[in-house]
Design a protein around this ligand. Sequence first.
Ligand code: PGA
Length: 267
Amino acid sequence: MRKRYLVGNLKMNMNSPIEAEQYLSVLRRESQGKTWPRTEIVIAPPFVHLDRFSKKLPPDIRLGAQNVFSEKEGAYTGEISVAMLRGEKVSFVVVGHSERRRYAGETDEIVSQKVRAALKGGLSPILCIGETVEERKKSMTVDVIRQQVLAAFHDISPLQAEKIVVAYEPRWAIGSDLTPSPEDILQVRVVIVRAIAELYSLPVAEKVSLLYGGSVKTALLDQVCFRAQMDGVLVGRESLFPSELVRMADALESYEPPRHGSKEPEA
Ligand code: PGA
C-alpha cells in the first residue's frame, strides 16, 4: 500500500514563542489517542521553533524544515545546513517552494543542489514544482513541469530518487483559493511520472510519492488528492489550524481507493 502524506507548511507564522506553544498544545489535544499508520504527517515550522516542535510534537507527527542550504558549513551568513536540521531531529525538508523561488531567487540549479545535499545528509526532500499563471495561459505547463523535474533530479541515483517527495503546487493556486480540477492535476501527474521515468525507469518513477499543494482544505481533498490520484497534500494556511490538520489526517488515513476495475458510484 502506498504511503499517504500530509505536509503542513507553517511558513513565516507564529511570531512569538507563546503562539508556537499554543499551537502545539492544541495540536496535542486534537491528536490525543489517534494514530495514522498509513499516513506520514509532517509539520514544517519556522527554523526558530524547530527545537520546541521537536520536543513537543505528538509522537505520530514528523518534523520538517521549510528550507536548507546546499553547503555543509562555513561562511554562509544566514543559512542553515542539513546537519543542523538533522541535529534538531528534522526528517523532511521543503525544497524549491515557489515563495523561495520568487522572493529568494532560487533557480532550478539552486533547487537541484539543495535536493542533492538533503539526500546526501539523510533528509527527505519535498520538492516543490509548479507553473505560473502566465505559463499556464501560454499552455506552457507541461514544458515547465518537465523541465523543473529533470533539473531537480539531475545527478541523483535511482535509489536516492525514490526518496524524493514531489509536490505539484501551481503558483496561481497558492494562497489564492483557486484550485485546479482533478483532471488538470492528473495531467500534470502523468507529466511528472513520465519525466522521472525518462531519467530512470517507470518502476522507479512509480515509487516517487506525488503530492498536490495550493489552497488545500479538508473539503477539497476529494478534488485535489483522491480523484487526482495523488499520494497526499502540502498545506499552507489550513495547517495553521490544528483541528483542520487532524481532520485532513483522518480523511487521508481512512480513504479507500476504488478497487481496480470497480465502477464509479452512479450520481
Ligand atoms: P496555501 O499554501 O495552502 O496557503 O495555498 C500552500 C503552500 O504554499 O505550500
